[in-house]
Design a protein around this ligand. Sequence first.
Ligand SMILES: Cc1cc2nc3c(=O)[nH]c(=O)nc-3n(C[C@H](O)[C@H](O)[C@H](O)COP(=O)(O)OP(=O)(O)OC[C@H]3O[C@@H](n4cnc5c(N)ncnc54)[C@H](O)[C@@H]3O)c2cc1C
Length: 421
Amino acid sequence: MAATIISSPTVFPLSPFRRRSRYTERIPRISSIRCSSSPSPSMDGHLKRVVVCGGGVIGVCTAYFLAKKGAAVTLVEKASVACAASGKAGGFLALDWCDGGPLSSLARASFHLHRSLAEELNGPESYGYRPLHTLSLTITESQAQKKPSTSRNKNLPSWIDGPARDPRTIGSTETTAQVHPQLFTQTLLSKATENDGVEVVKGKVERVGVEGGRVDSVVLAGGRVINSDLVVLTLGPWSGKFEMLSSLFRVYGLKAHSIILEPKEPAAITPHALSLRYYPAQGGRPMDPEVYPRPTGEVYVCGMSSTVEVPEDPEEIVGDPESIRVLKRVARTVSSHLEEGEAAVKAEQACFLPCTDDDMPVIGEIPGVKGCYVATGHSCWGILNGPATGAAMAELVLDGKSSIVDLSRFSPARFVGLPRV
Ligand SMILES: Cc1cc2nc3c(=O)[nH]c(=O)nc-3n(C[C@H](O)[C@H](O)[C@H](O)COP(=O)(O)OP(=O)(O)OC[C@H]3O[C@@H](n4cnc5c(N)ncnc54)[C@H](O)[C@@H]3O)c2cc1C
């Protein structure tokens, strides 16, 4: 299918519609989640065996917290851990940008969990966790680029030397932060394998075995069967290709692009995330790209989304050349430090946001299949919401109820009886 390049003002995380919280939320700590460090036995006394299918941030966070609660966890991944959106995302985190919507309590709990995890796992060094400032800017690209010295907005950090106007602070180091998403996901998984015995299996999950209305196994391509008491499906945008899920609700992929630049002078780039309203020189609709400097000295730039079919193999996903060209133009218009010759291009890539028809994640037990759970559809906030999804899911799966976040509104049961689009 041909890709239609569209700008996507509503799908990306750096939404300008941020509202302040008017309530005090419960702040989960890792220690309160880990509380059941004793193994989690089933009714007949054996350890609960849980198979988590899909090694993106949602699957890994779920495996991490399940194992901390004492389950015997196997994670099955068909390609490599964090090979898709969970490795190629921006990694931007916001405390209160989902306030006023259905994701509010999940996002707030997860923002705090990220902070606790970073303390526990040495996040600043292991995976680039850091609080940062966030600015919104309007940029109008001109055909003939002005020299930075004549156009620079003096109220901005000096590296933002392009034609930026209307700067607004939309996040502080109290309310916005970042992680390197691939390193975050990999760090969590290596802790879970080293400390809590999570086993990782490479293989494609073909189907879930069900006996008498209850899961009993996971069947991999090639015929291998992994027996299990409980199963969690965390397949990201591939949920839409998995019959057990696609027969109940739709998950589709929105392809989005990103580049990673390595400026010659990384010390010049301050920890400011940028949410842009970008008017291209040739006219047309404005775009909403995002720029995230990382503590490693890299600068990540993303945007340019399109609805296209998700390929079977995550490793086959490549960026559309025109989208990549546009992102490079955005980068050099924002900062002379990011133009060709001043910054090396480390990566040109694309990945798929997992989206649902009602813009809400799907988290809960699958109706009619006892012991089989799903967590998907996190769209543009999966890195932010991974920890709270995983921790809440571990409670739901092992204890029957989540105390961290009320998951009822995310239940897949909401799709039962609805006509399929
Ligand atoms: C450009 C871009 C920027 C983003 N920036 C941010 C951000 O700044 N902050 C934020 O919070 N979120 C961001 N996101 C969103 C975030 O990346 C996603 O919501 C999140 O990564 C989804 O995680 P997931 O685990 O559900 O899916 P995925 O990361 O897609 O993982 C699914 C995994 O399942 C595996 N799999 C699929 N089918 C099978 C099978 N049958 N058997 C075994 N394994 C299987 C796949 O190989 C894959 O590894 C961004 C996304 C994009 C595209």
